[in-house]
Design a protein around this ligand. Structure first.
Ligand code: C5P
Length: 407
């Protein structure tokens, strides 16, 4: 169902202290049900024993070209042919140089030369080595061949110094893997605008009217759309979540800013998904100085409605609009009214009184309603999975197919 399941990924591991992160990467890819084969350089096998990768992936790694007991003479060609993607993480300066020059000196560079699958290279090296013109030129060569270079990141290095050279975080690497594997997905060529999080409507320089939306549902939608090949613009209100990989993110604060970003993004978009919990009201004016506390007085702040973003985007042929309805009462009735009032193609309704779903949780339980009055009730599931279901419905709409859920 998801874009890592049964996908044939080869992980190339080279001799850096960051190898320990590659074990976690191998474990997570295997848990996501990828078919993961690991190949290692002899140096990598000195940092972490090959059996560790066997333990987490269930497959014996290839690492010794001269081991008479295995079928390695054929193995690299077979692996290289089967691979849908080769990820080299961590990639040392030496291996980066071998890749640039086409030197097949050990299993990893040999497989890289033999495969026609896309390549992701995640450097991990000392900052001096990274900055060296030789390494920079080799990385430019790899980029010019369409190879995706991920990282390295800034931070503490094995030498104890701080600089650019750290292997990217495992979740970042997985984001790139999903993106590269999803390029031919069923949303390829489509532009999707997704909104996420709540908005902060300023009362004074330090206070605001807001809500407890975390942005998790919108971020999951943006990632799932990316993983199906879409070009994604994510317009997010204040959220602690990090920028998703390979998604254009526009961070905004107020509903009015969100409206401007959404309208700009929708000019040539195919799909708008408004998952944001936009504030319905904003202070009539923002006070310039911090409001002082006065013990003997009550304080009233006049509120006026925020712009209705979905209404302002309006109806445009070719633009599919999906809204969300977070309700604490009369869930379905309110959702039905909103689908009409806001001219939506679909509305995703969730009951925010449930403690295990909805705002700021990792899971959600939603009902998807369409214009024909059909409703699809989904069980409690991770927000990424909810996102995948919503996108299934959108893909059906794009194909002009009638969706099949119960009437
Ligand atoms: O807040 P409400 O439940 O009415 O939100 C329903 C839908 O309308 C959501 O998709 C939300 O993102 C969108 N909305 C909007 N502009 C607003 C308020 C909500 O587009 N000012």
């Amino acid at each position: 169902m998801y874009n890592l399941t049964d996908r044939n990924i080869v992980l190339g591991v080279t001799g850096s202290i960051a190898v320990y992160k590659a074990v976690d990467l191998a474990s997570k890819l295997t848990q996501a049900r990828a078919v993961l084969n690991t190949i290692m350089t002899p140096e990598a096998s000195k940092f972490v024993a090959p059996i560790t990768f066997q333990g987490v992936s269930g497959r014996r790694p290839y690492w010794d070209m001269w081991d008479a007991n295995n079928d390695l003479a054929e193995a690299h060609i077979a692996l290289a042919r089967q691979a849908e993607l080769l990820v080299i993480a961590p990639a040392t300066a030496t291996v980066i140089a071998r890749l640039a020059l086409g030197l097949a000196e050990e299993m990893v560079s040999l497989t890289a030369l033999a495969t026609r699958a896309p390549l992701i290279v995640c450097p991990a090296l000392d900052s001096q080595m990274f900055e060296h013109p030789a390494t920079q030129e080799h990385l430019d060569t790899l980029r010019s061949r369409g190879i995706q270079i991920v990282g390295p990141e800034e931070g503490r290095l094995a030498s104890g110094q701080v600089g650019r050279g750290r292997l990217s975080e495992v979740d970042t690497i997985i984001g790139w893997i999903r993106h590269v594997l999803g390029k031919d997905g069923d949303l390829a060529g489509k532009k999707v605008v997704v909104t996420a999080g709540g908005t902060h409507e300023a009362i004074d320089p330090v206070r605001f009217v807001g809500n407890s939306s975390s942005g998790k549902m919108g971020f999951a939608l943006a990632e799932a759309a990316r993983d199906r090949g879409a070009n994604v613009v994510l317009v997010s209100g204040p959220s602690a979540l990090p920028d998703p990989v390979a998604v254009e993110i526009v961070r905004v604060r107020r509903a009015a800013e969100m409206r401007d970003a959404v309208i700009a993004g929708c000019a040539d978009a195919d799909i708008l998904i408004m998952a944001a919990a936009v504030a319905d009201y904003q202070p009539a004016e923002t006070v310039r100085d911090k409001i002082k506390r006065r013990q003997s007085e009550t304080l009233s702040i006049p509120l006026v409605p925020t712009p209705d973003i979905l209404a302002e985007v309006g109806v445009r042929a070719g633009l599919i609009k999906v809204g969300f309805a977070a309700e604490s009462q009369d869930l379905l009735e309110n959702a039905r009214q909103k689908i009409e009032a806001k001219h939506l193609d679909l509305i995703v309704a969730n009951d925010i009184t449930a403690s295990d779903a909805g705002f700021a949780t990792d899971n959600n339980r939603v009902v998807i309603l369409d214009r024909g009055g059909r409703k699809e009730e989904l069980p409690l599931m991770p927000k990424y999975d909810v996102a995948w279901h919503i996108l299934d419905r959108i893909v059906s709409l794009l194909a002009g197919k009638k969706s099949q859920p119960e009437a």
